[in-house]
Design a protein around this ligand. Structure first.
Ligand code: ADE
Length: 226
């Protein structure tokens, strides 16, 4: 079983994505445990302070070192984390290979920054991986954390059934997924490719592979260079 702990100053942002669909099913089946830790519980004072203005001036607020330190060290009393991950636009760009790697870990801790970021001493002294979900800036790490969790959880054995198997996902073998169709076989004159209606399994498999290859060549030739 994989446990994913997430430290957030805005836990409500994680509520919906982690409590529906496949992630919910995985939690219900006890294949994954997800704990959201509200950083406010580690606030420095009765005003709930967890952030302050940056030294050296500048706009925005920075999550303070002390609440994060107290939160992380308390969590570490109960668990040894395989990776402590900070979600940040200056991290390494996330991809399926990293998702595969994370899905076989036992204990992960995700730290969501908010406002302008976090005191760098936390990054220097605790964080073991820094991950960005793409070259754009979000208001905080929560949506990025939800993306990580979703992509990790679907890879945990037993979460998907055979028909849903993650092995057919795009990127799993550096190929994009082929096109899919469902009933009806004709709609407004738009027809589903005959081969898919043929019942000829090996030919269908061949066709799907060809389509995957063609799509990857057209849309993401960089994947074929790996
Ligand atoms: N926090 C803010 N922007 C982010 C991004 N692009 N990826 C991960 N975490 C972030």
């Amino acid at each position: 079983m994989i446990t994913i702990d997430i430290i957030s100053a805005v836990p409500d942002l994680l509520d919906s994505p982690l409590n529906h669909s496949i992630v919910k099913r995985a939690k219900d089946k006890a294949l994954v445990e997800i704990n959201i830790i509200n950083l406010r519980n580690y606030a420095l004072n009765k005003y709930g302070q967890i952030d302050d203005a940056p030294y050296g001036g500048g706009a925005g607020m920075v999550l303070m070192v002390e609440p994060l330190y107290n939160c992380i060290t308390e969590l570490q009393k109960n668990k040894k984390y395989n990776q402590i991950i900070f979600l940040t636009p200056d991290g390494e760009t996330y991809n399926q290979k990293t998702a595969n790697y994370l899905s076989i870990q036992e204990n992960l801790l995700l730290i969501c920054g908010h406002y302008k970021g976090i005191d760098d001493r936390i990054r220097e002294n605790f964080v073991t991986m820094e991950i960005s979900i793409g070259d754009y800036v979000l208001s905080g790490g929560e949506l990025a954390a939800a993306i990580l969790v979703d992509s990790i959880v679907r890879l945990v054995p037993g979460v998907l059934n055979d028909a849903e198997s993650a092995l057919n996902d795009s990127f799993q073998d550096n190929l994009l997924a082929p096109p899919e169709y469902t009933r009806p076989s004709e709609f407004k004159g738009w027809k589903v490719p005959d081969i898919l209606l043929s019942g000829h399994d090996s030919k269908i498999k061949e066709w799907r592979f060809e389509q995957s290859l063609q799509r990857t060549k057209n849309r993401r030739p960089d994947l074929l260079e790996d």
